[in-house]
Design a protein around this ligand. Structure first.
Ligand code: M6R
Length: 366
């Protein structure tokens, strides 16, 4: 059942190219300039009435939602707020008929996410559900649906569901942008074509897994590990830190790199492993200067950068290059080395990778 792999998690990490491809199939393709979403009934007229989008989710799905905010605001120019479901449901958010709510849930059964969906519906919002389980509660209760076709995810630590949630966010952003006319067709084609090449690039990246394994072997005993990034890289840093916490029980924290000086840099000591995400072209120099600051204080840095950024190499201990892509799409590739790092670290530490202590795959009670 694990297809020759030692754990479900590593099997699912390797299934990502296929999961990404399956989630795009029939929705975006080379022969059409439109995004096709069969289970979304929103019209251009409806969209004119929408002045605010909420994205609500928990855990990894929430991290995918953060990417959603960034891409929807950038491409469709509609204000988006992202919320943790357990916070959203108790904070009396301002929702009305002009609100579009997007809930993201792999299982479709997460109690807080479901409660947030119900609350939004009760107040007249339209709801799009992004879920991986056909016929799940979230799928049944939402008025619009977008399935992530990741296939069954068994490991508690979410990997392939996350990357398909990212794809869903890009698809929704493109759909809304085309619907409200905020994106010229040339720009649409550029993003679409690049998305269609992601499965192949993910495959290329998986072939480099030994590089990550090596770094994990050298650093798995350190008590803390920090993740840094700016913009979309910051959202992926949060996901990378969550992954390592869950399965290797190390203390991991993600910081927006620009926040370092506002406190967290005090924690860096000799040998502290720092994972620096530097895929965003327009923020590269800023992130690089943050990397230098932590190196000065003794950090051991693994950087993730886009191919072609040779500057990265000069300054850090190790660089993993991700295949060149649009910076908007970088999270899909960049998360892969972080998943591998969490996996190999957990294996080194002898942890129960697929069933970490204290965690359940689906959180159906508060
Ligand atoms: O099924 P859901 O997507 O609603 O689950 C949300 C979180 O419980 C889930 O993403 C959790 O954070 C994972 N264990 C992360 O790997």
């Amino acid at each position: 059942e694990k297809g020759g792999y030692e754990h479900f998690m590593i099997k699912e990490i390797h299934e990502q190219p296929k999961a990404i491809r399956d989630t795009m199939t029939s929705r975006i393709s080379k022969d059409s300039d439109e995004v096709k979403l069969d289970d979304i009934t929103l019209t251009a007229e409806d969209l004119k009435n929408i002045d605010k989008i909420f994205i609500v989710a928990c855990g990894t799905a929430y991290h995918a939602g953060m990417v959603g905010k960034y891409v929807i605001e950038k491409l469709a120019r509609i204000p988006v707020e992202v919320d943790i479901a357990s916070e959203f449901r108790y904070r009396k958010p301002i929702i009305n008929g002009k609100t579009l709510m997007i809930v993201i849930s792999q299982s479709g059964e997460t109690a807080d996410t479901l409660a947030a969906l119900r609350e939004a519906k009760a107040q007249g919002a339209r709801v799009i559900a992004v879920t991986n389980v056909v016929g799940s509660s979230v799928a049944r209760e939402a008025d619009n649906l977008l399935y992530t076709w990741a296939g069954p995810e068994i490991a508690v630590a979410s990997t392939k569901a996350y990357v398909t949630q990212l794809i869903a966010m890009y698809i929704i952003a493109l759909y809304l942008a085309r619907l409200n006319g905020s994106m010229p067709v040339e720009e649409y084609r550029t993003i679409r074509d690049e998305m269609l090449s992601l499965p192949e690039k993910a495959e290329e990246l998986l072939a480099k897994k030994e590089e990550v394994q090596k770094f994990a072997a050298q650093n798995f005993m350190h008590k803390d590990i920090f993740y840094l990034g700016r913009g979309l890289d910051y959202t992926v840093a949060l996901e990378g830190a969550l992954k390592i916490k869950e399965i290797s029980y190390l203390h991991a924290e993600a910081f927006a790199a620009g926040e370092l000086k506002h406190g967290p840099i005090a924690l860096i000591e000799q040998g502290t492993p720092v994972i620096a995400l530097a895929s965003q072209e327009d923020l590269f120099d800023k992130t690089l200067s943050n990397i230098k600051e932590v190196i000065t204080r003794g950090a051991k840095v693994l950087a993730i950068a886009m191919e072609g950024k040779k500057d990265a190499e000069k300054s850090v201990d190790e660089v993993i290059y991700i295949p060149k892509t649009l910076q908007l799409l970088a999270p899909v590739l960049e998360v892969i080395p972080l998943q591998l790092l969490a996996y190999y670290t957990a294996v080194q530490r002898g942890c129960d990778v697929d069933k970490p202590k204290n965690l359940a795959k689906s959180v159906t009670v508060e």
